[in-house]
Design a protein around this ligand. Structure first.
Ligand SMILES: Cc1ncc(COP(=O)(O)O)c(C=O)c1O
Length: 368
């Protein structure tokens, strides 16, 4: 069967292309134009909040959230050890210190029961990540934050549309951060969004990301700002992608169902699981092959048959520049990294593609 499976390629159709050409023809390809405001409004409307702020990337969203909350030199921020490195880098940009916590073996998210052991007098915030779209135990995280007077910044880069107790991830904490990188649930090429319930705070973020330009006196800058603005072109793409968000989510969730249905017979397989009160976006479906000794071999064998996969995130403290933040061991994250894989999740794939991935994966695992 000829069937080209793609891992996380963006799904950009005719609507997006038409919209981009229309905007290019207006000449407003950069900071002027109406698309950014419209995209922010549409995004905020999806969450039922008053305001959201579009930025250049998910990384910029996390960085500006930390800046807005005054997290700086000497402060500590609690993060999961298994995440994309972009969760952690902005903490270091601000000369604050990431404090790493191991993950829960079922959800693969920060182990909320271990958070309190990592709180010190210097702790200012908890930065949970809804990994691969899977919502964290937000009730527990929020109650710890309230008890210790900490901020909560949600890294919702991968979890657009995921819900916890019926509410979308991203708006539980003080600030939520999304990514629209090419491989995310919707894309703007590169881009991100900052959300939250505090409209005044978001208004200040909007000002900071625009070089802290005084809106009444355009080349006066009362604070040190950043060039983190989204462009009109990116927002035009985002607007068209937002119209497809529900279809993308439905497809990803169906992929997850199919993977579970067809792969459950593999001896020793386990899936990343969502909490009973949560519904993941299943941005990617992650598995652990408990009986497999060499996951790179499985990955290589799959690739030989045209099936692209991705290793789960390596624990951040294994990277040379982050070793100095290591405190103790992170056995769950190490295990999930050593035995885990993410399966193709691009919505360009058909359901037949996913069935094909399952057939090949079963064969490869049985022979290795
Ligand atoms: C968990 C997580 N956090 C942060 C980011 C950063 O987003 P961006 O690549 O848009 O800067 C990403 C994605 O790339 C991510 O997956």
């Amino acid at each position: 069967m000829k069937c080209s499976v793609v891992f996380d390629a963006p799904n950009i159709g005719r609507e997006e292309k038409t919209s981009l050409v229309r905007i290019i023809n207006t000449g407003y390809v950069s900071t002027a134009g109406h698309c950014v405001a419209e995209f922010e409004e549409k995004f905020a409307g999806y969450f039922g909040i008053k305001k959201s702020v579009a930025v250049q990337s998910g990384t910029a969203a996390i960085h500006i959230a930390l800046c807005e909350l005054g997290i700086g030199p000497g402060d500590e921020v609690i993060v999961p050890v298994m995440t994309f490195v972009a969760t952690v880098n902005p903490i270091i940009y601000n000369y604050a210190k990431p404090v790493f916590v191991d993950v829960d073996p079922a959800t693969w998210n920060i182990d909320s029961c271990a958070i309190e052991n990592h709180i010190s007098k210097k702790t200012k915030a908890i930065l949970p990540v809804h990994l691969y779209g899977n919502p964290c135990a937000m009730d527990r995280i929020l109650s710890i934050a309230r008890k210790h007077k900490l901020y909560v910044i949600e890294d919702a880069a991968e979890s657009l549309g995921a819900t916890y107790k019926g509410r979308y991830t991203g708006i539980f904490g003080d600030i939520g951060c999304f990514s629209f990188n090419g491989n995310k649930i919707i894309t703007t090429g590169s881009g991100g969004m900052v959300v939250g319930q505090n409209a005044k705070r978001l208004q200040h973020i909007k000002f900071l990301v625009n070089q802290a330009k005084d809106p009444k006196n355009s080349f006066f800058h009362p604070e040190v700002g950043y060039n983190y603005r989204m462009t009109n072109l990116q927002a035009a793409l985002g607007l068209a992608q937002m119209d497809k968000l529900n279809d993308f989510l439905a497809k990803k969730r169906n992929f997850n169902k199919l993977y579970r249905k067809y792969l459950s017979t593999i001896d020793g397989i386990a899936f990343q699981e969502n909490l009973p009160t949560a519904e993941s976006s299943w941005w990617l479906t992650g598995i652990v092959l408990n009986k497999t000794k060499d996951i790179t071999r499985i990955q290589r064998k799959l690739m030989e048959q045209g099936i692209p996969t991705r290793r789960n995130f390596m624990p951040i403290t294994d990277f040379p520049a982050y070793k100095k933040y290591k405190k103790g061991r992170y056995p769950q994250a190490q295990y999930i990294y050593k035995h885990g894989l993410c399966l193709p999740g691009s919505t360009l794939n058909s359901f037949k593609n996913i069935e094909h991935v399952c057939q090949i994966l079963k064969k490869v695992v049985s022979k290795n």
